[in-house]
Design a protein around this ligand. Structure first.
Ligand code: CO8
Length: 270
């Protein structure tokens, strides 16, 4: 395993250890709101960490205990003309709405405090979400004269069902971590001081799994949300086949006296 390293900018910090990249949004004075720079850096780090062989799992969180992310930086947006907002959206939309969701590697949001608007949509891009007991969720865009336009109208119904998503988006009401857990928005809720330890434990346990199996399993699981059953089963088969050639599988089958050919290298790299 390469030595741990980190990458810090004005708006985010990345540290990598034990196969887990921890990305922290570092704008706590504005509740980690997403300005243009942070949006561009999220798009970049998603691509870079996906290609980094020292990374198996990516965790995203917000600095401090008040907010994961309070959505778009409304102060910055307020300074921009309609033309600028239109041009930026045309350029960024397709990159932003799938930036984290399109990562091959598993991703986890560690949600501390407010998780609003575009911040909630960013969390919905992650494969797994763990919330601290002080987390508060809302998609308030309709009340702002907009609609959730960074994936919220598509990913929330997939998480909670269409009717509940309509209630939450039409009203924009805030709901707490325990309701988020009941609805299936988050996997589980932990006391605020334990959030990062619990999330990193989960991330490390996933990072110890064979890399190729994780990536192929994610492809097959995601296909279940995009296709009919027959298409999903086909995608599962296509995801299964490359695993047959992985070092991890060869090593496992050799342990049982099978025709694993040469033992795989270290498990976790297959
Ligand atoms: N953008 C910029 N600054 C913010 C944001 C934000 N989204 N949220 C909070 N801040 C700032 C506050 O202005 C304040 O700064 P300052 O001290 O300079 O006044 C600081 O963070 C602390 O905030 P508060 O003092 O308000 O702290 P509270 O604990 O009282 O409240 C809240 C925290 C509940 C998070 C409150 O700040 C709030 O409601 N924020 C706005 C949340 C919101 O509506 N987010 C946007 C969601 S919509 C979205 O993300 C999609 C964009 C759609 C628009 C598209 C336009 C083209």
């Amino acid at each position: 395993m390469p030595a741990p390293h980190s990458l810090t900018t004005e708006v985010k910090r990345v540290s990598i250890e034990d196969g887990v990249a921890l990305v922290t949004l570092t704008r706590p004075r504005v509740m980690n709101a997403v300005n243009l720079q942070l949006r561009a850096e999220i798009i970049d780090f998603a691509r870079e960490l996906d290609a980094d062989p020292s990374v198996a799992v990516v965790v995203i969180t917000g600095e401090g205990d008040r907010a994961f992310c309070a959505g778009a930086d409304l102060k910055e947006r307020g300074q921009r003309s309609v033309q600028q907002l239109y041009d930026e959206r045309r350029f960024f939309r397709s990159r932003w709405v799938n930036s984290v969701a399109s990562m091959a590697k598993p991703t986890i949001a560690a949600i501390n405090g407010y998780c609003l608007g575009g911040g909630f949509e960013l969390a919905l891009q992650c494969d797994l979400r763990i919330a601290s007991d002080n987390a508060t969720f809302s998609l308030p865009e309709v009340g702002l004269g907009f609609l959730p336009g960074a994936g919220g109208t598509q990913r929330l119904p997939r998480a909670v069902g269409l009717q509940k998503a309509k209630e939450l988006i039409f009203t924009g009401r805030r709901f707490d971590a325990h309701e988020a857990e009941r609805l299936g928005v988050v996997l589980r809720v932990v006391p605020q001081p334990e959030l990062m330890a619990a999330t990193m434990d989960l991330a490390r346990s996933i990072a110890r799994q064979p890399r190729m199996s994780l990536i192929q399993a994610k492809i097959a699981l995601n296909a279940s949300q995009e296709t009919m059953l027959s298409g999903g089963l086909q995608a599962e088969n296509e995801a299964w086949l490359p695993c047959l050639l992985s070092d991890a599988w060869k090593g496992q089958v050799a342990k049982f006296g099978g025709k694993g050919e040469e033992r795989g290298e270290e498990q976790g790299k297959g």
